[in-house]
Write a protein that binds this ligand. Structure first.
Ligand code: AMP
Length: 280
């Protein structure tokens, strides 16, 4: 595995590999890798000749007062994990290498961002789309791999790639969870001991809501069901709860087709998100 920090160096290496006709799979991450990230790397490894992983905590996707500074970082451990997963190139640029000058063009996501994280973190998906677009230009992979844990991100990126006619596939993989159901997240290290005990309730609540949905509950009833359950938790507070069509992310009163049940929850030092997708 080689570690590359400079986009120009990455470009040279990718050009060489492309000339050899090798297929490229790409996994963009913000590091502090866990089994969720590794599952994406493993799928990419099984599908491509060359696997590129990026680690970049993207300031553009963090709002004021969010956790950009405190976001967990451990490049040595990440490097070791990538080596174990037979990653070929680990790309870890600095902020100044990624954003060397003021931007002459701004990326603005205009679809699917008036709900969920797009609503509670204004501008977040503009930052995500900007960095993903830049990374996709640098790596120009045949496929890029994303986690369904960030379901709105998957929907936004798929639409962006389609809108911009980019010739690559966006592949989504299921959420990897701890044995008690908590979705793996780099931010879980910021949970206190007591919060960590409560945190699996987020997923349990979504599972109970799924049952409720099979019983015929409509959108409003499901949202209120989830909200009420979460309000009984003794720590933290709800950021949002919603039930929408997926991947369009539209409000539909009568639930049919593919539906996402999604939530975001604030603990003292970590805002966690989770979702499940059901077929009605
Ligand atoms: P992040 O480093 O949090 O930006 O995540 C990088 C990629 O890993 C994104 O596509 C995430 O959706 C994905 N990911 C994060 N957590 C999980 C998880 N628990 N299971 C599957 N994929 C995940």
């Amino acid at each position: 595995m080689i570690l590359i920090n400079k986009p120009t160096e990455l470009h040279e290496k990718i050009k060489e590999e492309r000339q050899k006709g090798r297929s490229i799979g790409f996994v963009p991450t913000m590091g502090a890798l866990h089994e969720g990230h590794l599952s994406l790397i493993q799928v990419a490894r099984s599908n491509h000749d060359l696997v590129v992983v990026s680690i970049f905590v993207n300031p553009l996707q963090f709002g004021e007062g969010e956790d950009f500074e405190t976001y967990p970082r451990d490049i040595d451990r990440d490097q070791e994990l990538c080596r174990q997963e037979a990653v070929d190139i680990l790309f870890a640029p600095s902020v100044s290498e990624m954003y060397p000058e003021t931007a002459s063009v701004e990326i603005k996501v205009v679809e699917g961002v008036d709900v969920l994280c797009g609503q509670s973190r204004p501008g977040h998906f503009d930052g995500v789309a900007t960095v993903v677009l830049k990374l996709l230009h640098m790596v120009w992979p045949d496929a890029a791999y994303f986690g369904q844990k960030d379901a709105q991100q998957v929907a936004v990126i798929k639409q962006m790639v389609k809108t911009l006619s980019m010739p690559l596939s966006i592949v989504a993989s299921p959420t990897v969870r701890e044995s008690d159901g908590l979705a793996k997240s780099s931010r879980n290290v910021h949970l206190t001991k007591d919060e960590r005990q409560i945190a699996p309730k987020l997923y349990q609540t979504l599972l109970e809501a799924k049952e409720h949905a099979s019983g015929g509950a409509n959108r409003k009833e499901l949202i209120s069901f989830i909200q009420k359950r979460l309000e009984t938790l003794t720590l933290g507070r709800v950021d949002y709860v919603d039930v929408l069509s997926y991947p369009k992310l539209e409000q539909v009163e009568e639930l049919s087709g593919t539906i996402i049940l999604a939530l975001a929850y604030h603990f003292s030092h970590a805002r966690l998100i989770d979702n499940i997708i059901i077929e009605k």
